[in-house]
Design a protein around this ligand. Sequence first.
Ligand SMILES: [Zn+2]
Length: 67
Amino acid sequence: MRVKCVLCDKVDKIDDHILLAKRLRNRPIHTYMCEVCHDRIATRTNERKELGTLPTEHTNEKESDWV
Ligand SMILES: [Zn+2]
């Protein structure tokens, strides 16, 4: 079946029997993302995840108030 990438409008052909094709047939076609866009988003998500795992240290400027 032919699918269109939601992000870059690239038209791809995917095998009818793969899980993705079955999923797309049951849902609107615009949920498809081509490999390039998928990778780009996956990379960005991973980067964000790595940033999220870093300890967030809030330096409280008013800390001296409680001394
Ligand atoms: Zn794309």
